[in-house]
Write a protein that binds this ligand. Structure first.
Ligand code: NDP
Ligand code: BG6
Length: 513
């Protein structure tokens, strides 16, 4: 296809043809990147993908020659797409630095193409449009599948057969959910691999793009003080906690088919756990890191029903306002048993982590929005200062908290002498508070991941064997929950979740942080 286009360009001699659609002079030895957002009319595209692309442009991270194309069934002109996109763009870095001008320049590089997801013909038309913008340069193409999972394969098929690059790379970012159990995930992988090689597939888990999750490996492997403590010898338990202070508002239809275990635990929290617990990789190379993560997942026991608590939020009235129950959502079937909360104890059967409970807790419509990793250390043996803590020895142990969001921070709870003539101890924090330490704003996870995909960096994307291992841990439990129709523990909207989570933790001598 490149040859044909090149010939076409060479045979045309008018002066306009030496410029591309964005007005740049064409040099065929240069390369260009075309990013097609498939499902551009949707929620994720508006909320996250276009703003992330703009932020990358603003920071000068996109190559000189790039085109962004929205693709969806909705009828829209380029101007309408630009208008839609412009409403969600923000200049988060520094409003004074020509933000409006940059936005305008960015929007000029955004185009729209309307088509069906299962039409090779429509994708062939897209291909023609992309070629016009690429102007005969080496064309690299990134497709972001921001569409419901039931149409992933249709879109991948048509994109790969009719719109992949003829002379550069073609990559596809696939959004979750990657199936709903081991079988459906394997079927999805198999179908994707009919059209794409594994190196072309970028399975996104946006939690891996979060700043503090990226920092986990830096913390562990570039500081002498943490790694020696990172084992069953010193760590009593580790907690991965996700909570949102809103319900499934607007996404109940999607959510009911998945539930919180698939939505958050099997991917976001498990990925963080794997990074937390992995051995030192041979290098920072994507394959070396992913090899170590897979080893952790394969050393874990599949979840047992008795190690899991599930909950669902119910309506609650507070201060005269009534917050709805999960099943009040019109898109959720009445009587749905889908969990909106879950707590679980997991174990890694290897030499480093034998017997250490890894606890996960994830819930919607809770009292707060946050995501944290909490590492609780063992008691100091024969602690000289125990009497300061009375019988509550738990309070005397060190705890390392990595607050992924909001208000990113890493702090270590230590015991400290209260200044004065007496000998009284209290708990204080050694505190790295990002907002106080770093003036630059933290990039959104989607910015990092989109940039990595453009650059071909796979470290933060999920490899298919990782995905298989992750599903193997959760599939038996998910089947059992569904087959036995386990009734969730109901908790009021805005509360701390079901009390069962505390009993579960207590069984392993753990108190939630
Ligand atoms: P949407 O439901 O908004 O769908 C995106 C677009 O796909 C729609 O604008 C619509 O475009 C098209 N579409 C929707 N339903 C159908 C259908 N049944 N058949 C054919 N086309 C359809 O999805 P989101 O933007 O919310 O999410 C996109 C992907 O990202 C999903 O896989 C989702 O699970 C995932 N995701 C979303 C998150 C979010 O916050 N929204 C967070 C994490 C992941 P048109 O009609 O114009 O063709
Ligand atoms: C998505 C889930 O993957 O992550 C949503 O599908 C959830 O249910 C979202 O709300 C949370 O992401 P963040 O980045 O806002 O914590």
């Amino acid at each position: 296809p490149f040859k044909k286009l090149k010939d076409g360009l060479l045979s045309g001699t008018s002066s306009e043809e030496s410029k591309d659609a964005a007005g740049f002079d064409i040099n065929e030895n240069e390369s260009t990147v075309s990013i097609t957002v498939v499902g551009a009319s949707g929620d994720l595209a508006k909320k996250k993908i276009f703003p992330a692309l703009f932020a990358l442009y603003y920071e000068g991270c996109l190559p000189e020659h790039f085109t962004i194309c929205g693709y969806a069934r909705s009828k829209m002109t380029d101007a309408e797409l630009r208008n839609m996109v412009s409403r969600t763009l923000t200049c988060r870095i520094d409003k004074r630095e020509n933000c409006d001008e940059k936005m305008e320049q960015f929007l000029k590089r955004c185009f729209y193409h309307s088509g069906q997801y299962d039409s090779e013909e429509n994708f062939a038309d897209l291909d023609k449009k992309l070629k016009q913008h690429e102007g005969g340069r080496v064309s690299n193409r990134l497709f972001y599948l921001s569409i419901p999972p039931n149409i992933f394969i249709d879109a991948v098929k048509c994109a790969s057969l009719s719109a992949s690059s003829g002379n550069g790379w073609t990559r596809v970012i696939v959004e979750k959910p990657f199936g709903r159990d081991s079988e459906s995930s394997a079927a999805l992988t198999k179908s994707l691999k009919q059209y794409l090689a594994e190196e072309q597939i970028f399975r996104i888990d946006h939690y891996l793009g979060k700043e503090l999750v990226e920092n986990l490996s830096v913390l562990r492997f570039s500081n002498l003080i943490f790694e020696p403590l990172w084992s069953r010898q010193y760590i009593r338990n580790v907690q991965f906690i996700f909570s949102e202070d809103f319900g499934t508002e607007g996404r109940g239809g999607y959510f009911d088919n998945y539930g919180i275990i698939r939505d958050i635990m099997q991917n976001h929290l498990l990925q963080i756990l794997a990074l937390f617990a992995m051995e030192t990789p041979v290098s920072l190379d994507a394959e070396d890191i992913r090899n170590e993560k897979v080893k952790v997942l394969r050393s874990m026991r599949p979840l047992q029903l008795e190690d899991v608590v599930v909950g669902q939020y119910k309506s609650h009235t507070k201060g005269g306002v009534t917050y709805p129950a999960y099943t009040d959502d019109n898109t959720v079937p009445k009587g749905s048993l889908t969990p909106t909360f879950a707590a679980a104890a997991l174990f890694i059967d290897n030499a480093r982590w034998d017997g250490v409970p890894f606890l996960m807790k994830a819930g919607k419509a809770l009292h707060t929005k946050s995501a944290e990793i909490r590492v609780q250390f063992r008691h100091v043996p024969g602690n000289l200062y125990n009497r300061n803590f009375g019988t509550d020895l738990d309070r005397a142990t060190n705890e390392l908290v990595i607050r992924v969001q909001p208000d990113e921070a890493i702090y270590l709870k230590i015991n400290n002498k209260v200044p004065g003539l007496g000998m009284r101890l209290d708990r204080s924090n050694l505190n790295l508070h990002y907002a106080a330490r770093y003036s630059k704003e933290i990039p959104d996870a989607y910015e990092r991941l989109l940039l990595d995909a453009v650059e071909g960096e796979r470290r933060l994307f999920i490899r298919s064997d990782e995905l298989d291992a992750a599903w193997s841990l959760f599939t038996p439990l998910l089947k059992e929950l569904e087959e036995k129709k386990i009734i969730p523990e109901y908790y009021p909207y805005g509360s701390r979740g079901p009390v069962g989570a505390h009993y579960l933790a207590a069984r392993y001598n753990v108190r939630w942080g």
